[in-house]
Design a protein around this ligand. Structure first.
Ligand SMILES: Cc1ncc(COP(=O)(O)O)c(C=O)c1O
Length: 399
């Protein structure tokens, strides 16, 4: 079967192309390419979508240039810098940790839960010190970290939470004990990314921060625009991190479809579940009891030490897969100065060897999913036979 993609951006775009063309044309005619009405309207519309129609308390959405900057701006608004510690997960994209170091603070890494891949809250509690100035949970692959537990730690130790919500926009948390709401709106700040392959992606880079605190919102907005609220007046140190008007206009076309995009991903995930549930050596994604799942990724665990060979076999069959993430942050050379070593994060290390993400997007057809699973099952059984043969040869001393 031809043309299976990890993310089918073209297929999605073709369905909404006339509206995208109109939006781009509107910006061209306006001659306003940075900031302005498109960006302001998008911020309002995203806030309304995240809150739902009945929510009273206002959410401030501050668009910026990308999801990495969004985390950096949040940390800058909280005044985090040299001498401070920020706790985050070891199993994430580099951005989450990178910005902590860029600001001169120290990332304190913790392991994740084996089932949900999200930050281990017991481990967070163990590394809190007087220097801890923020905790950054990442809502990985589409579902929320344990926000109830994290908010309890935040209140008890008076430490702000910044939620990295680049992968889980519109997922909701509910602990069954009264703590519930949209991801990104629990912490003092939430952040997200509109990188093209994200569930809400633009046609370039884009990102945003959310907060319910007006003072912090103004601070973040100012930091994102060179630290000033008026032209050529700069009250604080800032950066240049603004969302382009064209990207905002494109996001305004896609935003009203986001819930249906997510429903399509959830449907595809259920179909994969059904087809893969009983396959030996494959563990389907575990749903957290406390979160909905928006399936930015559909990530399996493959046992038996054959994950890489399986990925290669599937690639030979024309099926792309992804490994998120092949290394924990502690194994990245850029972070060697933190002094962690192999073995410090056993769960994330094991996940790096076993996770395999399958194609997941809004355009997946039943026929494509059937083919993907049929090839996966067949490749796995070949690999199992091969490893049994290798074992026999080892035992009998044959080559
Ligand atoms: C968990 C996480 N955090 C942050 C980012 C950074 O977003 P961006 O690429 O827009 O800077 C990403 C993007 O891939 C991400 O997956």
């Amino acid at each position: 079967m031809k043309n299976i993609k990890m993310v089918d951006l073209k297929g999605l775009m073709n369905r909404i192309k006339p509206q995208i063309d109109n939006a781009i044309d509107r910006v061209l005619q306006s001659e306003r390419f940075i900031g302005g009405e498109e960006v302001e309207e998008f911020a309002k519309e995203l806030g309304d979508t995240m809150c739902g129609p009945h929510e009273k308390s206002k959410v401030f959405v501050i668009p910026c240039a990308n999801g990495t900057d969004a985390i950096q701006i949040a940390l800058m608004a909280l005044g985090i810098g040299p001498g401070d510690e920020v706790i985050t997960t070891n199993f994430t994209f580099i951005s989450t940790v990178e910005v902590i170091s860029i600001l001169g603070a120290t990332p304190v890494l913790v392991d994740v839960c084996e089932t949900t891949f999200n930050i281990d809250c017991d481990a967070v509690e163990q590394v809190i010190t007087d220097k801890t100035k923020a905790i950054i949970p990442v809502h990985l692959f589409g579902q929320c970290a344990d926000l109830g537990r994290l908010m309890e730690l935040s209140t008890r130790f008076d430490i702000p939470i910044v939620e990295d919500n680049a992968q889980s926009l519109l997922s909701t948390y509910c602990d069954g004990k009264g703590v519930s709401g949209a991801s990104g709106l629990f912490g003092v700040f939430g952040t997200t990314s509109f990188f093209p392959s994200k569930n809400l992606g633009c046609l370039g880079d884009g990102g945003a921060l959310f907060t319910r605190d007006q003072v912090l919102a103004l601070k973040a907005k100012s930091i994102s625009n060179h630290g000033g609220s008026k032209r050529y007046e700069h009250e604080v140190l800032g950066i240049n991190s603004r969302l382009d008007s064209i990207q905002a206009a494109i996001l305004r076309v896609k935003l009203p479809h986001l819930k249906s995009f997510i429903a399509k991903r959830q449907e595809a995930a259920s179909k994969y579940d059904e087809l893969l549930n009983d396959v030996e050596g494959v563990e389907i994604p575990v749903r957290s009891e406390k979160s909905t799942h928006v399936f930015h990724q559909y990530t399996l665990k493959i046992s038996g030490g054959v994950r890489d060979e399986l990925a290669q076999g599937l690639a030979d069959d024309g099926i792309p897969t992804g490994i998120y993430y092949p290394k924990g942050i502690h194994e990245q050379k850029a972070f060697s100065s933190l002094g962690y070593k192999k073995g410090d994060f056993p769960i994330s290390e094991k996940l790096s060897e076993t996770v395999l993400s399958l194609p997941m997007h809004t355009e997946l057809s039943d026929a494509q999913q059937n083919y993907i699973v049929e090839r996966l099952v067949s490749r796995l059984s070949e690999l199992r036979e091969l490893s049994a043969l290798r074992e026999t040869h080892k035992m009998t001393g044959q080559k």
